[in-house]
Write a protein that binds this ligand. Structure first.
Ligand SMILES: CCCCCCC/C=C/C(=O)SCCNC(=O)CCNC(=O)[C@H](O)C(C)(C)COP(=O)(O)OP(=O)(O)OC[C@H]1O[C@@H](n2cnc3c(N)ncnc32)[C@H](O)[C@@H]1OP(=O)(O)O
Length: 695
């Protein structure tokens, strides 16, 4: 249609200029992402159409409202002028779906805004606001009112002016005094951050081509690189992730109730507990413009917490344009700190964020139930505790819900939302809306120990530790998982989070510590294999980064640079001698498969139990809360790409070698999916006799 319209306009002498706009106040979000898997759609080449726009003998003006993303922005770059509404956003987000701007955008953008800014936009895929676009020279004008009228005004003004200087393909790429050095440094940075993710590196190469080749050759290079990405498999993973994230917004109770529109503007929210999690939660709420009261049990904790929250908010304000004014956190109507429990009477929603102790949480929920007004929603921030047990301490279990934030809570996007046996649909809808307002991805899951994310993490970490017992080293295991694409491996992660956290939990479960029955075997618990290695480290005060020693050594307590520790190596060999474990060489494949396939196996068990309503939920949780590499699409998507028969065969093999490790025993659901012929991921749930009974 665009091509036809342009040709008609060019041929019609009564047409003096052309204005291109979107329908319904939106310019264009780019290509239909679903089309990338269909060769029919890929037959439509957008690049030549953009060139056609640019070569028009009549001025073409883009009127950008809403968004101009991807192919949408590339169309605008072909226009001779761009007018944007002040609220519009622009970007080339193709990298986030595993591609690069394939309609000549990598060649035109650097010619318009220079290499550094273009590289930044293209390799990160970020959306920029119109004000920034104006500063960069990406648009010619921004308007507060009618963009289309403004674009027509501009078109009329420029009729008759020479179009040559407005054709980006004819412009040289602006020179930098140190272009070579700049590009080298930029490439190193892109590679370092990408960790096996191809698209940023290929985006870089396409922009580099713009600096080295004439326009037409640059376009050819862009096309070649686009094809490489299209067939890489990473693009499919990222496009799956895009739709998975949107799919988890759609949830429903077994009765089909799905309330999506809870209006939230006037709520007063109370955050209880100002430790690290509470501080991050309060910061997120203030950023979401929700009035907050932060409550602590005594003045000492309150003042400490207040100071930390203020530091976080100052930092956040600096990152935003007009941040201090927007966040307005010195205004007591927006953020209040108190030790006065009477303020609980007025709040609409409470987020309790005290530390993980069931007795303490129950005591608090009993108090909340007595003090809070009847409609108030009571949320508990917990990573594993039983929501039903917490709710049992109240007289309103239908209003109790779990909200598992991830640390640092003002940064991490994931919010696991856990409903208990009595949680009402409106409580779930409210928690989902809260997630959306905080710009987080809310994923609704059922109630079980560790919920979804941590429950899948337990077997992964368990395998990592077993591998050490059998002959591996922390740095070897971490390296394999970091090469796979995780930002940090399980041991670096454990040192960062603190080994004492798990130790406390294991003591609470009677797996270690004084409550362990005398005479218990060191390497067996309740008839299953158990590794006491993390407990032994904790007993020696090795809690990780905070004590300067854990699975690695650090430059000092609180240091961040992990170095392999000869003490650990010696300790591990001594441990193997004590327990008569024969040290063997463990290859990378075994490390990867035992860690990942045990995690995936637990995912199948979770799906079969109806704790999550689909594999997308598990994948979105792992992508947004556990650093799963985005270009691998999440653990369940990854399993589907490896092939379920292979996952099953490997689990069977490892399970036979380790019969006392139940988490390696293939789940019945995985076996069923293989038996029906390696069912594709989107059909998995149809093979369950009970469809998500808990949701
Ligand atoms: C085919 C020829 C190829 C030649 C090469 C051409 C090169 C061009 C490449 C591209 O243009 S790739 C696409 C680049 N664009 C994007 O990546 C944009 C992705 N979308 C977004 O960032 C956001 O959706 C938004 C546009 C900013 C809107 O955000 P909002 O939060 O308001 O709504 P959402 O819930 O995200 O989306 C609503 C609805 O729309 C669907 N959707 C959005 N964008 C696309 C898209 N590009 N393709 C297909 N579908 C899209 C999204 O899935 C939602 O649908 P439902 O899930 O509600 O059904």
């Amino acid at each position: 249609a665009l091509e036809d319209g342009l040709k008609k306009a060019d041929a019609d002498p009564s047409v003096k200029a052309v204005m291109i706009c979107g329908e319904n106040g939106k310019f264009s979000a780019g290509a239909d992402i679903r089309g990338f898997s269909s060769p029919k759609t890929l037959g439509v080449a957008l690049g030549p159409i953009v060139s056609l726009i640019e070569s028009s003998e009549k001025p073409v003006v883009a009127a950008i409202e809403g968004v101009a993303l991807g192919g949408g922005l590339e169309v605008a770059l072909g226009c001779h002028y761009r007018v944007a509404h002040a609220k519009a956003r622009m970007g080339l987000p193709e990298v986030t779906i595993g591609l690069l701007p394939g309609a000549e955008g990598t060649q035109r953008l650097p010619r318009l805004i220079g290499v550094p800014a273009a590289l930044d936009m293209i390799t990160t895929g970020k959306h920029i606001p119109a004000t920034e676009a104006l500063k960069l020279g990406l648009v010619d004008e921004i308007v507060e009112e009618n963009t289309i009228e403004a674009a027509i005004r501009l078109a009329n003004k420029v009729i008759g002016q020479p179009l040559g200087p407005r054709r980006l393909s004819l412009k040289p790429v602006p020179k930098l005094p140190n272009m070579e050095a700049f590009l080298q440094e930029a490439q190193v940075k892109v590679k370092r951050q990408a960790r096996g993710f191809l698209a940023p590196e290929l985006c870089f190469q396409a922009v580099q081509a713009a600096t080295q080749r004439p326009f037409a050759e640059g376009v050819r290079r862009e096309r070649e690189l686009f094809q490489v990405l299209l067939s890489s498999g990473q693009a499919q993973a990222l496009q799956y992730a895009f739709f998975a994230e949107r799919a988890v917004h759609r949830w429903a109770t077994p009765g089909g109730i799905n309330l999506l529109f809870i209006i939230f503007d006037s709520i007063l929210l109370l955050s209880l507990g100002l430790g690290t999690m509470g501080q991050g939660i309060v910061t997120s709420l203030v950023k979401a413009n929700i009035p907050v009261v932060a409550l602590e049990q005594n003045l000492e904790y309150l003042n400490k917490g207040r100071k930390a929250v203020m530091v976080l908010l100052e930092r956040e304000a600096k990152k935003m344009e007009g941040g201090a004014q927007k966040l307005d956190f010195h205004n007591p109507a927006r953020l209040q700190f108190t030790v006065d429990f009477n303020l609980l009477h007025d709040v609409d929603l409470v987020i309790e964020a005290v530390f993980e102790n069931m007795a303490l949480k129950k005591e608090i929920f009993h108090k909340l139930s007595n003090i809070c007004k009847p409609g108030a929603l009571l949320c508990t921030n917990t990573s594993a505790l039983d929501i039903d047990e917490i709710a049992s301490a109240t007289s309103r279990p239908q209003q109790v819900i779990g909200t598992h934030f991830f640390s640092p809570a003002h940064v991490m996007r994931l919010l696991e939302i856990i409903y208990g046996r009595h949680t009402s649909p409106s409580a779930i809808a409210t928690a989902m809306q809260l997630a959306k307002d905080m710009k987080k991805v809310g994923v609704v899951v059922g109630n079980c120990f560790g919920f979804v994310g941590n429950r899948m993490m337990f077997p992964y970490v368990e395998q990592a530790v077993f591998l050490l017992e059998e002959g591996s080293r922390p740095e070897a295991v971490d390296q394999v998982l970091e090469d796979f694409g995780f930002k940090i491996g399980p041991f670096r992660m454990s040192d960062l989070a603190g080994l004492d956290v798990g130790w406390r939990s294991r003591k609470g479960q009677g797996l270690t510590g004084p409550s362990l029955p005398a005479g218990s075997s060191a390497r067996q618990r309740r008839g299953q294999r158990y590794s006491p290695l993390p407990d032994l480290l904790c007993e020696r005060g090795r809690f990780g980064q905070k004590t300067g020693k854990g699975w690695y050594q650090y430059e000092r307590a609180g240091g961040r640079t992990a170095t392999p520790d000869p003490w650990i190596h010696g300790f591990l060999s001594q441990y193997r001698d004590t327990h008569r474990i024969e040290t063997r060489y463990i290859d990378q494949e075994e490390i990867l498969e035992r860690c990942l396939f045990s995690l995936i196996n637990e995912g199948f068990a979770i799906l079969a139990e109806g704790i999550a309503s689909g594999p997308e939920h598990l994948d979105v949780i792992y992508l947004n809360g556990y650093g799963w590499p985005k270009h691998r699409g999440g653990p369940m998507f990854y399993a589907s790409t490896v092939g379920l028969p292979r996952v099953l065969a490997k689990l069977q093999k490892y399970s036979e070698a380790h019969p006392d490790v139940p988490k390696l025993r293939p789940s019945a659901f995985l076996k069923k999916l293989v038996a029906v012929g390696n069912a594709p991921l989107k059909e998995w749930m149809s093979y369950l006799s009970r469809q998500s009974p808990k949701l």
